[in-house]
Design a protein around this ligand. Sequence first.
Ligand code: ADP
Length: 482
Amino acid sequence: MKILMVASECVPFAKTGGLADVVGALPKFIRDKSHDIRIIIPKYKKINDKKFRIKSITKLPIIMGEETWTADIKYTNLNSLQVFFVDNKHFFDREELYRTSEGDYPDNAERFIFFCKAVLELTKAVDFKPDIIHCNDWQTALIPAYLKTTYKYDSFFINTRSIFTIHNLAYQGLYPKEILPLTGIGWEEFTSDKIEYWDQINFIKAGLVYADVITTVSPTYSKEIQTTEEYGRGLEGVLASRAKDLYGIINGVDYEEWDPGKDKFIITNYNFKNFAEGKNKCKEDLLRNVELTFNKNVPVIGMISRLDPQKGLDILAEAIEEILSLDLKFVLLGKGDKVYQDLLEQIKKKYSDKASVNLNFDESLAHKIYAGIDVFLMPSHFEPCGLGQLISFKYGVLPIVYKTGGLADTVLDYNEKTGKGNGFLFTDYTASALVKTVKRTLEIYKNKKVWQKIVSDAIKTDFSWNKSADAYLDLYSKINKK
Ligand code: ADP
């Protein structure tokens, strides 16, 4: 099959979260199963042309309302994967992808309308007739709508089918209806069963309504979003109405990137055979890097996260001082909402001997953290899949999570009686339940033998992409009309 993977981020080019990991990994597995898959993302300022040998290949006119913009189409081949980029300085030559700590870029609607239109025009320009266009999140959600409206009678796309993957329903792309003419989609589509949403345009809803098949990144999240407003964010009805076309496929981890046995960012490589020695060396190195003192008996808790209430920052803010009163070290790496950044700065000042707070996006430090910590904190209020907990397992780190979405599907609470489990779950979304679970974890940590047993089970859990890639391929085949 010919597949076009469309997204707004992709490892190793541009990343703000798990979406980039998925788009960087899944295509490699699809390619290895003998399919022609190509990726397309915007060309942001931070993507280095020289480093990735990115070249301009053509320029395309893109009409948006009264204006015509130019899409400068760029290309590279990265480890036998063909990657296209849509460039336009006005839209993408910015420091960030979508937002600064002050909020979203005000013209995000225009930026991604431009991107979606350019994607379809590009496929024609390079004569790549996809059987499947795999779209991800709201930034790409107009593409399924275009295939069923403005491009419906375009013979080039006659056999093209679309699949839309929800990575996070909290970001919908909700904009005033006045932008509809920029999309080129007619007002007849602006109805409550299509892209209208409380008199506004909802991009992600377009993906849900027009795509041939919908997926999300874990089975539990796929159920949650159909049932309550809290998870469905107002789209639970639309999702329930498409229940028979909605699938939950758990994300994998790219073990080429995330494996302490070959990780290039860490001081020493380790696997389960030399685990204790490797972990200690990495822990010492991490703590030296973040200016905390090392003691091999004191557990280190880490957190790598967008700083957003979704990620449990609200309960963490309430719980953090009590957590820091315990015998542990805490290393946080994250970027996001200003209120949390400010609060964490305060914590860093007050608990400088115990807490290290790193308010940036740092791939290298992220690897050092997974390698050097014992416990990963991921108290997300909702979590479509979550990658942090899956990466943690591979590094022999046990996660503390709230029982929701993909966390509920992948973390099994340690059971003292049966000795089974790979982490610690709490089921009340409160600061006190979080503190209680941290305390329970630290008690179990004290029993080295028990801890080692849980760790060695966790390290062996396999969350590689192979199985999930097959599940996506099954869906592609199901909707492929050729
Ligand atoms: P989400 O996509 O909702 O942010 P996921 O758990 O699915 O959450 O994926 C987060 C990914 O981003 C993980 O690979 C995590 O290690 C990484 N990450 C998050 N914040 C940072 C940061 N500040 N620096 C480096 N990596 C980060």
